[in-house]
Design a protein around this ligand. Sequence first.
Ligand SMILES: Nc1ncnc2c1ncn2[C@@H]1O[C@H](COP(=O)(O)OP(=O)(O)OP(=O)(O)O)[C@@H](O)[C@H]1O
Ligand SMILES: [Mg+2]
Length: 267
Amino acid sequence: MPETNDIDETPDAPAIPDGVLLQVEDLHKSYGDFEVLRGVSFELRRGDSLAVLGRSGTGKSVTLRQLNGLEIPDQGRVTFDGIEINELSEKELVPVRRRIGMLFQGGALFDSMTVLDNVAYPLREHTSWSDDEIAERVEHKLELVRLPGIGHKMPADLSGGMRKRVALARSLALDPELMLYDEPTTGLDPVTSSAIGQLILRTQDDLGVSSLVVTHDLPLARTVARRIAFLHGGSFRFLGTWEEADSSPDSMVRDFLAGRAEIEDAA
Ligand SMILES: Nc1ncnc2c1ncn2[C@@H]1O[C@H](COP(=O)(O)OP(=O)(O)OP(=O)(O)O)[C@@H](O)[C@H]1O
Ligand SMILES: [Mg+2]
């Protein structure tokens, strides 16, 4: 337990300063000759929430993978809580990854494992907790995603929305400070999507987790994110609040938010 002797200080002061948690500077990433990211930069403060929007194939998932060391950018820098993660070895990255949860696009569970074993997986990898401690944490996280008591079930017995919530419970198992969500509502009906949105909001508001949400689901983005970024041509063409986006002089941003660009694409 940390010492809390500073009772003379303002008692309501937040334990964690409201500083920059994630700083991303000028990320570049190519695959072969194809330059996907051409200078992505942004900051995320503690407790903040940012939605990253953009058309299919613009590099949203690629961006997320550079943020927790899954991939190394060709150029640029990612600093998480003052730690420059591109400088770390695989071993040094482990404790940092613990603090960054990721809900993958598709949110794949291990089909051959029970729900309990799925959610317990990161706990077994990263802690030396007893089985009882792990079971307790797993149940707590299942309650958080409103699926209490389903630890014994297999993923195949669950609906798509339930599987997504189990995947969310798994990504929250280690109490991350930052959550990266890649398309958390793809393939879900509007009611289930809205329930996922509420869970993301609760994670932010009740647990103080900062979040970065990549999504095509505009209602979800409006529910969970204070700011939005619009990825286009390898960098953020827009970054700001919803108010700023809605009145942006950039017609591409306004069209995208109105769903017009997507219709053109689908044609
Ligand atoms: N490992 C990889 N090797 C080669 N090309 C890749 C790799 N990962 C991504 N790409 C390419 O980078 C581009 C961006 O991919 P990315 O998955 O980030 O798109 P996205 O914005 O997440 O799209 P969507 O909205 O469809 O999920 C695509 O053209 C993709 O084919
Ligand atoms: Mg993607």
